[in-house]
Write a protein that binds this ligand. Structure first.
Ligand SMILES: *Cc1c(COP(=O)(O)O)cnc(C)c1O
Length: 397
């Protein structure tokens, strides 16, 4: 039994504020009564605001982000339908795999890992699809495996430039509630996330935003679905309930989490993530390393995959952090296994917490013989996090 707990630096599940853990821990209550309806409503309303939608609706399932992927396709598509997706990391790969297992025809744009959604190639594929066989475009907003953020507005721009009527599904599991997301402005038909990343809750909720176009597509979609049927869930939620037993504690937790995020102010939440990420990137530069994301416009503000020098295995950093310092970082997945280690920096996180993570990463790398100087990355991050104005004011006193 551990008596103390370090923060985690995996890109989900994220650190949970104590009061959110407590909010998710509830005595049994009748989910068909008014008490449950009273917590469901603010949770749904808050998520709508965070997704940036007024036209859309929010649907929750007892699941995780992966369940959200499944719900998106099974509610809107029919067997044999074509979808367009770029593969540039483990999460875009897994969503493609899920589509294939559902009998969809996935037109895959193979994209080097470390790059983002290939806008020109998407536009070309859509322009060439004169018969409109492509029913949906899938995009992974933030590829958690490589720390790459894609330009979702530009994907929408490519769809519009091609004059293509496909639906647009966006995996926002590691971006929503941590990075700006504009479901209506971007014309997103299904937006997907989970409870255990930006919302700082235990895993257990798939959170989907659905547009009127997605709602209309349900009427003709022929893929089988029961547990994940949006129609049953919409009907029940309209009456303040669930078609089956809801995870009441998580939904209560979600109602508190959205209130927290909206009280902090979404712009402040996003700015905090950007500031913390900027400090992490400054540290990496001081170590003489680079993020795996190829160009600065692709740098994610929620997770950084650190490219390790040749001759080193990034997984060893993660293993050593766990065994020697009781701290969790993310390993490289799939194609980048061993080539990177990942630092998650989303959810409940402060500058001070981040400095602790960077300092432990430094100790691990030094232990393993990396050519870095202890304290160099921490100092670089401190120069980002330090309150310069206050320092000047103090000096003037
Ligand atoms: C974590 C993650 C997922 C998978 O979500 P689960 O909640 O683990 O099912 C999907 N996509 C992205 C981008 C993720 O970061």
């Amino acid at each position: 039994m551990r008596t103390s707990q370090n923060p985690v630096f995996i890109p989900g599940p994220t650190n949970m504020p104590e009061h959110l853990r407590k909010a998710a821990d509830m005595a049994t209550l009748d989910h068909r009564g008014p008490a449950f309806a009273g917590m469901l409503k603010p949770a749904l309303e808050g998520v709508k605001t965070i997704l940036g939608t007024t036209d859309g609706e929010v649907i929750l399932f007892p699941a995780t982000g992966t369940g959200g992927w499944e719900a998106a396709v099974s509610n809107t598509l029919s067997p044999g339908d074509t979808v367009l997706a770029a593969r540039f990391g483990m999460f875009s790969h897994r969503w493609i795999d899920l589509c294939q297992r559902h009998g969809l025809n996935v037109q895959i744009i193979e994209t080097p890992w470390g790059e983002g959604a290939p806008i020109a190639a998407i536009e070309e594929a859509l322009t060439n699809d004169k018969e409109h066989r492509i029913k949906a475009v899938l995009a992974t907003h933030n590829e958690t495996a490589t720390g790459v953020k894609s330009d979702i507005a530009a994907v929408r721009g490519a769809m519009d430039a091609a004059g293509h009527p496909a639906m647009f599904f966006v995996d926002g599991v590691s971006s929503i509630a941590s990075m700006p997301f504009h479901m209506d402005d971007w014309g997103v038909d299904v937006a997907i996330t989970g409870s255990q990343k930006g919302f700082m809750l235990p895993a257990g909720l798939a959170i989907c935003g659905i547009s009127p176009k997605a709602v209309a597509a349900m009427e003709t979609a022929k893929l089988p679905r029961t547990f994940f049927d949006f129609r049953d869930m919409r009907d029940s939620m309209a009456g303040g309930g669930f078609p089956y037993t809801p995870p009441v504690g998580l939904i209560h937790g979600l109602s508190v989490a959205v209130e927290d995020l909206l009280t902090e102010g979404l712009d402040n939440v996003y700015a905090r993530h950007t500031r913390i990420a900027t400090g992490v990137r400054a540290a990496i530069e001081a170590w003489g390393m680079t993020p795996y994301a190829k160009t600065p416009d692709l740098f994610s503000d929620t997770v950084t995959a650190v490219k390790v020098p040749d001759g080193f295995n990034g997984t060893d950093v993660v293993t050593r952090a766990a065994s020697e310092y009781d701290m969790a970082f993310g390993v490289g997945l799939g194609e980048v296994a061993g080539k990177v280690f990942r630092i998650g920096h989303l959810g409940q996180l402060t500058d001070a917490m981040m400095l602790s993570g960077l300092s432990v990463a430094e100790m691990c790398m030094a232990d393993l013989g990396y050519p870095i100087e202890l304290g160099s990355g921490v100092a670089a991050a401190q120069s980002v996090y330090r309150h310069g104005d206050n320092v000047l004011a103090l000096a003037a006193e």
